[in-house]
Design a protein around this ligand. Structure first.
Ligand SMILES: Cc1cc2nc3c(=O)[nH]c(=O)nc-3n(C[C@H](O)[C@H](O)[C@H](O)COP(=O)(O)O)c2cc1C
Length: 179
């Protein structure tokens, strides 16, 4: 069996992002993989821009990464009880690329946020958008890292056993789906 390809998508652009840390932990428990980190630094979706110039190069790159991958893990923060604009913008752009690249792609969604619900509302919104895009969402116990600033050590390691156990369950299920 060849090494599975895993694409990680963070809804936060911040370098010190807890969601980026959570994705690194997700990659570790997924096991050996050919990992690609998506870059959501994209222009804002604009129908005029699309009409004049087509799909922008960084959007096409992201769509190609999605197309090529076996599995996806998305980690999103919550902004004002909702999905972060950068993630929604990326999904909107990708949905405009021909070929429905996200359709049937095995995907797990997790979240980390400062608040007490661990970004539950945002995670629900991400799942809802992905349903529209016909993504193959893997069910399982929700990974909602609440009070994220207290759950990672200085090396970005997730210190909470319960979150770690649930993340492992989800990522092993994702691995089983693609190997
Ligand atoms: C614009 C904005 C809105 C936010 N709204 C929420 C919120 O609704 N719920 C919450 O738990 N945290 C909220 N936060 C705090 C984020 O959870 C926190 O900044 C978190 O670290 C962001 O994720 P990141 O570390 O991956 O960048 C908000 C932060 C920002 C910048």
């Amino acid at each position: 069996m060849s090494t599975p390809k895993l694409l990680t998508i963070s809804g936060s652009l911040r370098q010190g992002s807890y969601n980026r840390m959570l994705l690194k932990e997700a990659v570790k428990v997924f096991g050996e993989a050919d990992v690609t980190v998506a870059d959501l630094n994209l222009p804002l979706y604009d129908g005029d821009l699309e009409e004049a110039h087509g799909i922008p190069e960084p959007v096409q790159k992201l769509a190609d990464q999605i197309k090529a991958t076996d599995a996806i893990v998305i980690s999103s923060p919550e902004y004002n009880k909702g999905i972060p604009g950068v993630l929604k913008n990326a999904l909107d752009w990708v949905s405009r690329v021909k070929g429905a690249v996200l359709k049937d792609k095995p995907t797990v969604v997790v979240s980390a946020a400062a608040g007490r619900t661990g970004g539950e509302t945002a995670q629900f919104m991400v799942l809802s958008c992905l349903t529209q895009l016909q993504v193959r969402l893997l069910p399982g116990p929700a990974v909602l890292v609440a009070g994220a600033m207290n759950e990672f050590d200085e090396n970005g390691v997730l210190n909470n056993d319960l979150y770690r156990k649930t993340l492992t369950t989800r990522m092993q299920a994702l691995r089983a789906e693609v190997t």
